[in-house]
Design a protein around this ligand. Structure first.
Ligand SMILES: [Zn+2]
Length: 226
């Protein structure tokens, strides 16, 4: 047991920044609780916290399965940026600089854009009941529909819309039972329903992970939303 604690402490010290936030519960050696605590109200309908330590379980039993994918959450969401920027630049569309005419869904912001759990949350999480229509935030062309980052183990269903050569919006955790109703190449208008809210991928409840990718970087959507 002491060896395990040593390993955990070492792992924690290696990712000291990740261990610091109050939102990510630290491992409690000897506790039978899972390594993660997803009960924090702020993440009730958001993505699960990124594990602060290794995949080891403090109880010695099976580790929380989320611990194995935690480091991939940000990898997948970072890949969203690359994908959306690439597709927007190749869309042939002209310049678009905003603003966005409407929100994708109306709801509470369950996790803002910015630093989170020692990492960085590159989108805006908007909670909304399951099967709520998800609207295109502006007119544009659908450039991706599906699960583009399955390679990271991410099973979130995602839509990317290019609004201009350097401006794309991304909508993640969309519903699979009531799948997206737009296809790649399709032109959409602002406010058009493109899909329905779900909780696919790393998600703790129905919400939209809404991203704005401008000139190759994820930016805070609130500066473009009405
Ligand atoms: Zn998110």
């Amino acid at each position: 047991m002491s060896r395990r604690i040593t390993i955990l402490v070492l792992a924690c010290s290696l990712v000291a920044l990740s261990c610091a936030p109050a939102g990510a519960t630290a491992v409690r050696p000897g506790s039978s609780s899972p390594a993660l605590d997803a009960s924090a109200p702020a993440t009730a309908t958001s993505e699960p916290p990124v594990p602060a330590t290794s995949n080891l379980s403090p109880s010695g039993g099976p580790a929380d399965p989320r611990a194995f994918v935690g480091s991939s959450i940000e990898q997948a969401e970072a890949a969203y940026v690359q994908l959306a920027a690439h597709l927007a630049s190749g869309s042939g569309l002209t310049t678009f600089t905003g603003p966005l005419p409407n929100w994708p869904v109306t709801g509470r912001i369950s996790s803002p854009f910015g630093p989170r759990w020692g990492g960085f949350h590159n989108g805006l999480d908007i909670a909304a009941p399951m099967y709520t229509p998800v609207l295109a935030a502006a007119a544009g062309q659908v450039v991706s529909v599906g699960k583009p980052t399955l390679v990271y183990g991410d099973t979130a269903t995602v839509i990317v819309i290019a609004h201009g050569s350097g401006f794309a919006t991304l909508y993640a955790h969309l519903n699979d039972e009531r799948p997206p109703i737009v296809r790649v190449g399709e032109r959409v208008t602002a406010g058009q329903t493109i899909a329905y809210t779900g909780s696919t991928g790393w998600s703790t409840g129905p919400h939209v992970h809404f991203m704005n990718i401008v000139s190759g970087r994820a930016v805070d959507p609130r500066q473009y939303l009405p």
